[in-house]
Design a protein around this ligand. Sequence first.
Ligand code: AMP
Length: 436
Amino acid sequence: MTFKDLGLIDPILKALADKGYTHPTPIQQQAIPVLLKGKDLLGSAQTGTGKTAAFTIPILQQIYNKVGSGKGSRKLKALIITPTRELAIQIDDNINEYGKYTGIKSTVIFGGVKQASQVTAMRKGVDILTATPGRLLDLVKQGFISLKDIEYLVLDEADQMLDMGFIHDIKKVLKLVPHDRQSLFFSATMPKAIVDLSKLILGDFEKVSIAPEKPTAERVDQAVYFVSKKSKAKLLKHLIETEKPETALVFSRTKHGANKIVKILDKAGINSAAIHGNKSQAARQKALGAFKDGKTQVLVATDIAARGIDVSELEMVIQYDLPNVPETYVHRIGRTGRAKASGVALGFCAEDERPYLKDIEKLIKQNIHVVTEHPFLIDGPDDPSEQQDQRPPRNNGNRNNNKRSRGNANRNRNNGPKKRTAGNPKKRFNSKPKSQ
Ligand code: AMP
């Protein structure tokens, strides 16, 4: 199936051809026809599936078909709400690209920057607005934005929005938009709270669900390092120096932690930058741009700032701190191995993070391979008397020896990290499905 088969209009087909996109991704194949019919949509899909084009293209096409090439009144017709500034900018960039021959105007607004240029852009008149919830409501309150003519409402990354506490803002927005509209609701995960929220937003909807071709956790080579908190920085430096990834995204739990990591890497002559909520928007964009262009080798980010980072060939993800919410682990490793590429995801696990690791393994139904040959290993049996018994046999390069189904390592994995050996990182960081 090609984009032409989906009945897209020429200005959009031309823009897609400029980007070199000929064939719709599965979510685009499923969602575009539903949306062009005007139906509401519940999309269960992660980033990396092509979902942005799946919802922006039908909105562009419907607006174009109604008002033509910019000749209609420039009322705000479509509102896309998204949790982070980075994601908002990325969506607006996509709208500009796919809509460049339609004459449709769009803009993006988000907090953390002065509002003046955003207000000016709104005053000039836009058809499609992508916004983060806080700044949106601010500008509505000040009378710079009216939502009374909204015909298309998109809630993107709804699960993240809920995690970030935007539920009340979203409910406020729902009171301001017309009841008679087309609503689109996207979420990577669908826990009950998300299903409940979707009911508030959607009318008669169709559901489109796209699992990545292989679940992320299977596509990405993963490994975990048992390491004390105080040795994590040394281990990171060691890994960057020995594995030499062209690009590595490092997740830090806190903003302060992210800054500290960058300082240490800087000292070691490793080109790195941090992005997090305390950085100005300009600084975040600059850091992201340099990382995408390959000028910065290591980007250190908090979860919120990393949401929406779209680097097509991200080689390595390092979780400097393991997350206490296991789904976050999956989101993080999904930053590598995007589309069909495979990637490497490494986690640092301190003593007090062992329970998080257990939760993660339960969620992904895999035991994550434990790297034992590194200079900062904590051997860490909870009960030292068990140590001899629980340690796995040394392995001399046969990665099958690492398999949980063999040797003493199987008895109690957390008490005895398994050995691993050198080789190609893409090959050797290997996990195997849980057998139970
Ligand atoms: P998304 O899931 O929207 O973040 O998209 C993931 C990546 O796939 C982005 O870099 C898009 O530009 C790209 N993409 C979207 N649709 C297509 C397509 N039909 N063919 C090739 N690449 C695409």
